[in-house]
Design a protein around this ligand. Structure first.
Ligand code: FE2
Length: 385
């Protein structure tokens, strides 16, 4: 009997082979091979190479205001807790209990101690085990010196980053000239207006890619936002693990056309050109935002599985804006713009994911309107091959 040629499982080796066609300049590059977006073995490889090296964006610093404020994050199968300690310092640690490995914290909130819901083992804000009841007869057991594994945390420009690597390069090295390039948006002064969580049936890369390209706008957003996004500048030549592209707009890109009269005050430090436009930035691997003239809308993206993604959307405004009497009502008008656009993107992403999973899906090419996606692909190919 003739053997079937349709190999549904593509080996990591053949993916690495295909990644050779991903290169600079983007105009001569192929896109990432489709199995990168769904294949289980490759997902494990990617978790190791992409997520356990360098730095991951995990939120805006004002998510943690008081000692005990925590956020539980899952990066694939890695459970992480980020907690503010009694000195106001963020501590990141493994969120798997030292007893039987249950997840200790879930979601976000404020806690007096980190208490495992399974058998009540309790940890302080630095992850040190402080009490484990009914363990007195267990030979050689002592709470003393037992602590959850710690991870590195660092903050820059108001954004918090985490590294799962033992000895990572500094965050400064990772971000390179990021701060200088975004200086006129006064990122350090921004505060969170609203945050929401979206779980989407697509690979994490697809979510980040669509946010960073203009090509899909007239097709996916024909009646909402596409009209005021003309062709953007090329991507900037940057130093650091990120890509960024500024584009002038013909209206405030943070508002729908019918709400243009509702603009909140502009960020004061903007240059003339930045007053009408948006800078779309993708800090590799998992944080992206658009910096507009009056606010910043951002996504932190976490793989749950190879084909399911959690995207945390945060909208930030200058601190002074949030104190205006009209802020509460007007910010809702901004949020409706972001909600409408993302709920147009999500069905497109889920269709794209379905197509990617076909054994007949092929490696594509990039349009001139997708340079950030191409830059990311080159970065990704270099760290995974
Ligand atoms: Fe979109």
């Amino acid at each position: 009997m003739k053997s079937c040629n349709l190999e549904l499982t593509v080996s990591a080796e053949s993916i690495k082979q295909a990644l050779r066609a991903v290169r600079h300049p983007v105009a001569s590059s192929s896109s990432l091979p489709p199995p990168c977006y769904h294949e289980e073995d490759w997902f494990r490889h990617e978790m190791e190479r992409v997520f356990r090296h360098g730095w991951l964006g995990i939120g805006h610093r004002d998510q943690w205001k008081m000692p005990g404020d925590y956020s539980a994050i899952n990066v694939g199968n890695i459970a992480i807790a980020v907690v503010m300690d009694e000195h106001g310092t963020l501590q990141a640690m493994s969120n798997s209990c030292l007893h039987r490995s249950s997840r200790i914290l879930s979601g976000k909130g404020r806690c007096r101690a980190m208490v495992c819901p399974f058998h009540g083992w309790s940890y302080d804000y630095s992850g040190q085990l402080v009490s484990a009841s009914r363990m007195e007869n267990t030979q050689g057991f002592s709470e003393k010196g037992m602590a959850l594994k710690k991870f590195h945390v660092a903050t820059q420009d108001g954004f918090v980053f985490l590294s799962l690597e033992e000895n990572p390069d500094t965050l400064d090295q990772w971000l390179g000239d990021f701060s200088d390039r975004h200086a006129c948006w006064s990122l350090d002064d921004l505060v969170t207006g609203r945050q929401r969580v979206l779980d989407v049936d697509c690979n994490w890369k697809l979510f980040l890619e669509v946010f960073n390209e203009y090509y899909h706008l007239p097709y996916v957003h024909p009646d909402s936002i596409s009209r005021y996004y003309p062709e953007p500048d090329p991507t900037d030549d940057v130093i650091g693990e990120y890509t960024t592209q500024f584009g002038s707009t013909t209206a405030n890109p943070a508002l729908l056309e019918e709400n243009q009269g509702c603009s909140l005050p502009r960020i004061k430090s903007l240059g003339e050109r930045e007053k009408t436009g948006a800078r779309y930035t993708w800090v590799y691997p998992n944080m992206t935002f658009a910096a507009g003239s009056d606010c910043l809308w951002m996504y932190h993206v976490y793989p749950l599985t190879a084909t399911r993604t959690r995207a945390v959307q945060t909208v930030c405004f200058p601190s002074q804006t949030t104190r205006l009497p009209e802020f509460e009502a007007t910010s809702e008008i901004y949020y409706s713009r972001f909600d409408i656009a993302i709920h147009e993107d999500i069905p497109a992403l889920e269709k794209q994911q379905a197509g990617m999973e076909s054994p007949f899906a092929v490696q594509g090419r990039f349009s001139a309107l997708e340079p950030s996606v191409g830059n990311f692909a080159c970065w990704y190919a270099s760290v995974t091959r």
